[in-house]
Ligand binder design. Structure first.
Ligand code: FES
Ligand code: FE
Length: 435
């Protein structure tokens, strides 16, 4: 199938065709042109720390294993046996020496190589058969400061080029000291009846919803302030290659405060000056502020809570959410534990804020498929700072004020670029301003 996605996505005027949220032909093209092409987040290095550690996840709908091999390399390979196609690993995570397929017993190393099979001799006289040809299909793997990404596209640019200057912002979470970061143990998984792009567009630039969707929860948790205060004063949206971050520089700890763990706010305050010396004043305000971000296409994060999550597509109207909490490695065990509890209280399947969101995305998805409804457009036009000069010099396409639809329009612009491209050669990349 080929579509002219630009006819569905009018990013200039902020008008979207609802079809992109439920149509199966479009969804099948997304699996090919978005997920099989992009650098997809698959793990944090701390989840596969040493030889034998593995986790399983998905790139698009392709099941993959992420495993640390004996030589220290991280390998990402299809979780599908090349013999008859059975899954070779059914666990979510663990430690193992080899993956042995349940069906006929072919055994694969942590580097994906086919090491052996029962009754090996049956293949000895099979002309042209070589074990080297029948390992698990592998993806390219690169890391950025602890985050592991993989792509199945040989033509994809380097991860550094793919992230571009968005790395400058990511460092405000990933590079605040020499010790780096880690994920707390465990993954929460939940299934939503929504299209994967709803959560993606929510995190890339939609703080607008927080004032309404989360009002009641915010009042209940922050009774002194009476809710979430969000304004376009001293706040921004920034976008690079479809990745986006909307943030306030007015309240450094706004997100962190809503976790209800005073010790975390104290901890963030105690680190601010050192982070400012390392990364400059602007970035020292990003770790806990009222903000959200997304690495295209489906890895989102929230400063403060430090929740990281992927929106794994399971068909046009289903999405599996995998979530983790990231913490600075140098933090004490006590602080890490408070982060775990604070993140679970707010942004977990039963979290007081997360539950608000899922319901909206589900009803938006289901509603769009109605026969008459599907022919109506969606409004992404909010642009209240259009004629105002951006008063700050930051990398990427910067828009003044976090309350606008700018990042979401740029996310869908990027989406359309991928969907309409024949190959990576047709996909533009923003020029990097630093290495
Ligand atoms: Fe895996 Fe046969 S399907 S060994
Ligand atoms: Fe929300």
């Amino acid at each position: 199938m080929s579509v002219n996605m630009k006819s569905y996505v009018d990013h200039k005027n902020g008008i979207l065709d609802r079809r992109i949220f439920w149509d199966d032909d479009i969804y099948q093209l997304e699996l090919k042109n978005i997920f099989a092409r992009c650098w997809n987040f698959v793990a944090h290095e701390s989840q596969v720390k040493s030889f034998g550690d593995f986790i399983t996840t998905y790139i698009g709908e392709d099941a993959v294993i992420v495993a640390r091999a004996k030589d220290g390399s991280i390998n990402v390979m299809l979780n599908s046996c090349p013999h008859r196609g059975n899954k070779v690993c059914f666990a979510g995570e663990g430690k193992i020496r080899s993956f042995v397929c349940n069906y006929h017993g072919w055994a694969f190393g942590l580097d994906g190589k086919l090491n052996g099979m029962p009754a090996n001799e049956l293949y000895d006289d099979t002309e042209g058969f070589s074990k080297e040809d029948w390992g698990l299909h592998k993806a390219r793997v690169e890391t950025y400061k602890g985050l592991v990404f993989a792509t199945f596209d040989e033509e994809a640019p380097s991860l550094a080029d793919y992230l571009g200057d968005f790395r400058w912002y990511l460092d405000a979470i990933l590079d605040i000291d020499d010790q780096g970061t880690e994920f707390l143990p465990g993954t929460t998984r939940s299934l939503l009846t929504c299209n994967w792009k709803y959560p993606a567009d929510n995190f890339v630039g939609d703080i607008y919803h927080a004032m309404w969707t989360h009002l009641s929860a915010a009042e209940a948790t922050l009774k002194e302030t009476g809710g979430i205060i969000v304004t376009n004063k001293n706040s921004y949206q920034t976008s690079v290659n479809g990745h986006g971050w909307e943030f306030s520089l007015a309240n450094n700890f706004g997100n962190a405060v809503t976790m209800g763990e005073k010790e975390i706010v104290k901890y963030l305050r105690s680190r601010e000056e050192k982070i400012s010396q390392r990364l400059g004043e602007v970035r020292s305000k990003l770790l806990g502020s009222v903000a959200s971000g997304l690495i295209f296409p489906n890895l989102a994060f929230l400063p403060g809570y430090l929740t990281f999550r992927t929106f794994l597509p399971k068909g046009p109207t289903e999405t599996e959410l995998h979530c983790w909490t990231l913490v600075p490695s140098e933090a004490s065990d006590e602080i890490k534990e408070k982060w775990r509890i604070g993140a679970m209280r707010t942004f977990s399947p039963s979290g007081i804020l997360e539950m608000d969101d899922g319901e909206n995305w589900e009803h938006a998805t289901i509603g769009n498929a109605g026969y008459v409804t599907r022919n109506q457009k969606l409004c992404y036009a909010m642009d209240p700072t259009k004629n105002q000069k951006v008063d700050i010099d930051l990398p990427g396409t910067v828009t003044k004020g976090q309350l606008n639809d700018a990042n979401q329009r740029l996310f869908f612009k990027r989406y359309a670029e991928f969907m309409d491209a024949e190959s990576w050669a047709d996909i533009p990349l923003a020029t990097k301003t630093f290495e």
